[in-house]
Ligand binder design. Structure first.
Ligand SMILES: [Zn+2]
Length: 715
């Protein structure tokens, strides 16, 4: 065969193969032609994403500890800004003056039955030279009250309200005592607040091996789980009042902003709180006296846990420097044809220590999206909408940088932002997508087009298989074929909160996840070494994360019609309402409150039905090419702002900062989203008038939603 003939045969074989492969479905929000062009640009982008480049950036931002408010943190912010500028983006720095809290001195001394000074620092370890860095400080709870407490110790399990009820039932009073509770099951702030409400004088939070230590698997340096001398620091701010700066609800904490008096702000703990690693905690726990603990209280240390309350005494001395300090958000803008419509992709840049995983992984992946898209732009690709890359400061102190920005630019964001996408730490593991249901079908389509990090199949294949595996047996009855993934309801764990719950922007959060926890979380050992050894050797998952984020951003920035599927949102709301009806009964089937959701359910059904009709009309207009650019622009603005109909703005932000009626946060779960948060809380409190008020709020929001949808016309 001649060479030309060989080429011809190969070309024919390729054509036959192409003909056998089903054509990729037309992208949501695109015409068939525009869809092909979009996919071509996306594949150029995906091949430009480089694990080496992610690794380089990671190295630059994990050199030294960089807690928000410090010079080191400002250096990282400048490093990110410079890198964005070098990559060709327009950069902005936004500074706010917020209340931060850092330890001046922390001491935990057991004074009875024997005296022992318990370590609140973490040792330097040979495997990882970073752990000897001179700028590393003691474990602490940011925003802990300063003070000195000397009192007997009581063990209260996870420190949640039912745990206190069990301790009380066992005849032990925690008033004036120091409680020792373990991490997990709730944010640490909830543990501090619950202890304060129960009358405890101080609280010790420790990492039990049962929850993220040796009982889970091999510990550092042999495996990813927490070693017994590794502790978890973090903030104890009562963020369920509002997120962000603890003193300036609803307004940006500029230098001259009027702020609350810290002595009366509801967001700040009133008792001293400290953290301990398992090893020093063991010294206390193993000496506690009294009967064995109730079921569910036993942790992973090798002795029978007891509640204590008399024999063991501890002296806590906590001195915190709690003062207003500057923080800096860094933004990079990639201008689209329309400078006034934004796709925002965010992560944070501050860290408790080195930020190897938290946030080094997410930060470097987001930066890689910016770098690769900027390169693509230089070759002629221009998105329709502008892409904004955001690197927030002081996330670790309770989502402060992102929240202050959201409050400062509330009006502009509600007018111009079409979506907020967030990522943070990730670990090699399963793909996890969360967010508003209007974007479920969109994210499914994106995940199908991005190869899995393993090289086998797509990100979607792994995501779907994993969601199916985790599904409750009764929900598996419909069969695998009819199953589709759902976006997890977003709770409180990361910088999306202000955008979803306060501003009502369509929101997505993406990450790779490993069992929901990892051993070095918020410890001195969250370093580059840990990432190279355990969380993402070779930055393979970082590369895939950047590809999923980047393709999402590209599609949302270029879709002629924004790819929202509100019919699915309507269905989800219907499901949430159905589930809520079951919340009103106690274990014995007795009704706790009266709940009538008939009208809300009817509204959700009407909304779903009309959204279907609208989607059919949009798809038809895209297919026939009859959607004019002007009509598309008007349509897109109306589609985006449907989400804002779900905000209840009847009260000032200082009174009611969490304004989203459908989505919010269940503070007694760990970071999980809580559908219908106001109603759930009213039922939990068994407060009938509150329940009625929440039902009215839901009906009003759904009425606004239906009205807004009916106002959408397609010219
Ligand atoms: Zn983080």
């Amino acid at each position: 065969m001649t060479l030309r003939l060989v080429a011809l045969v190969i070309a024919c074989a390729a054509a036959v193969l192409d003909a056998q492969r089903p054509p990729a479905p037309v992208l949501l929000g695109f015409s068939a032609g525009a869809s092909d062009a979009e996919r071509t640009a996306e594949s150029t982008f995906m091949s430009a994403v480089s694990a080496d480049a992610i690794s380089d950036m990671h190295r630059r931002v994990t050199r030294r500890p960089h807690v928000a408010g410090t010079a080191a943190s400002m250096e990282v912010a400048e490093e990110v800004r410079r890198a964005l500028a070098t990559a060709g983006l327009d950069t902005e720095v936004h500074e706010y003056h917020v209340l931060l809290s850092t330890p001046t001195s922390i001491s935990v001394v057991m004074t009875a039955p024997d005296r022992q000074v318990l370590p609140v620092t973490e040792p330097a370890m040979r495997n990882d030279p970073d752990s000897a860095h001179p700028e590393l400080g003691p474990g602490h709870v940011a925003y802990s009250a300063s003070g000195n407490v000397d009192a007997p110790v009581v063990y209260v399990n996870y420190g949640l309200p039912p745990d206190y009820a069990r301790v009380k039932a066992a005849g032990i009073d925690v008033t004036g005592k120091i409680v020792i509770v373990r991490y997990a099951r709730s944010h640490r702030a909830v543990k501090v607040h619950t202890a304060q409400e129960a009358g405890a004088a101080g609280i010790i939070i420790y990492s039990d091996p049962a929850d993220d230590g040796f009982a889970r698997g091999l510990t550092w340096p042999d495996g990813p789980w927490r070693a017994e001398w590794q502790l978890q620091r973090g903030n104890g701010k009562y963020s369920w009042f509002w997120h962000g700066d603890p003193l300036s609800p609803g307004v940006a904490a500029t230098r001259d902003a009027r702020v609350l008096d810290p002595s009366t702000a509801p967001t700040l703990p009133r008792i001293p709180a400290v953290v301990l690693a398992a090893k020093p905690a063991r010294e206390i726990l193993s000496r506690l006296e009294g009967p064995p603990v109730p079921a569910g209280f036993q942790g992973g240390l090798p002795f029978t846990y007891r509640l204590g309350g008399a024999a063991v005494k501890v002296s806590l001395d906590v001195q915190m420097d709690t003062s207003r300090r500057p923080i800096r958000n860094v933004l990079g803008r990639l201008r689209g044809r329309d400078p006034d419509r934004w796709v925002v992709l965010g992560t944070h840049h501050d860290a408790w220590t080195f930020g190897g995983m938290d946030p080094g992984g997410g930060l470097s992946s987001v930066f890689e999206v910016a770098r690769a898209l900027s390169t693509l732009k230089k070759t002629g690709w221009t998105p329709e909408r502008t892409i904004v890359f955001a690197f927030w400061d002081a996330e670790e102190f309770g989502l402060i940088g992102s929240t202050e920005y959201a409050e400062a630019f509330a009006k502009e964001l509600r007018e111009k932002a079409v979506v907020y996408i967030n990522t943070d730490l990730y670990m090699r593991g399963r793909f996890d997508g969360g967010g508003t249901p209007s974007l479920r079908d969109f994210l499914v389509q994106v995940a199908k087009d991005v190869p899995a990090p393993t090289g086998k199949g797509s990100v979607y294949d792994g995501w779907r298989a994993d969601e199916w595996r985790r599904l409750a047996p009764e929900r598996k009855r419909t069969g695998d074929a009819a199953f589709e993934v759902e976006l997890a309801a977003l709770g409180s764990g990361a910088d999306f909160v202000a955008f979803q719950d306060h501003l009502g922007l369509p929101t997505l959060q993406m990450e790779f996840d490993f069992d929901g926890s990892y051993g070095t979380y918020h410890s001195n050992y969250d370093t580059r070494w840990y990432v190279e050894q355990f969380s993402d050797p070779g930055f393979v998952f970082g590369r895939t994360l950047a590809q999923v984020l980047g393709v999402s951003v590209m599609r949302l920035a270029s879709a002629p019609a924004l790819p929202f599927r509100y019919s699915h949102y309507g269905r989800k709301i219907g499901q949430f309402l159905d589930t809520a009806s079951t919340w009103t009964y106690d274990e014995d089937g007795k009704a706790l409150v009266k709940l009538n959701l008939l009208s809300a359910r009817r509204l959700a059904a009407i909304f779903t039905d009309r959204a279907h009709g609208l989607e059919r009309r949009i798809d038809a207009a895209l297919t026939s090419g009859t959607l004019s650019p002007a009509a598309a622009k008007a349509l897109n603005d109306q589609l985006v702002r449907l989400e804002q109909a779900l905000l209840d703005e009847s009260e000032p932000a200082s009174e009611r900062w969490y304004r989203h009626v459908i989505y919010g946060w269940n503070i007694y779960s760990l970071y999980e989203g809580q559908p219908l948060p106001g109603l759930a809380e009213a039922i939990r409190l068994r407060d009938q008038s509150k329940v009625d008020r929440e039902v009215a709020r839901i009906e009003a929001a759904l009425t606004r939603l239906v009205d807004a949808l009916e106002g959408i016309t397609l010219q």
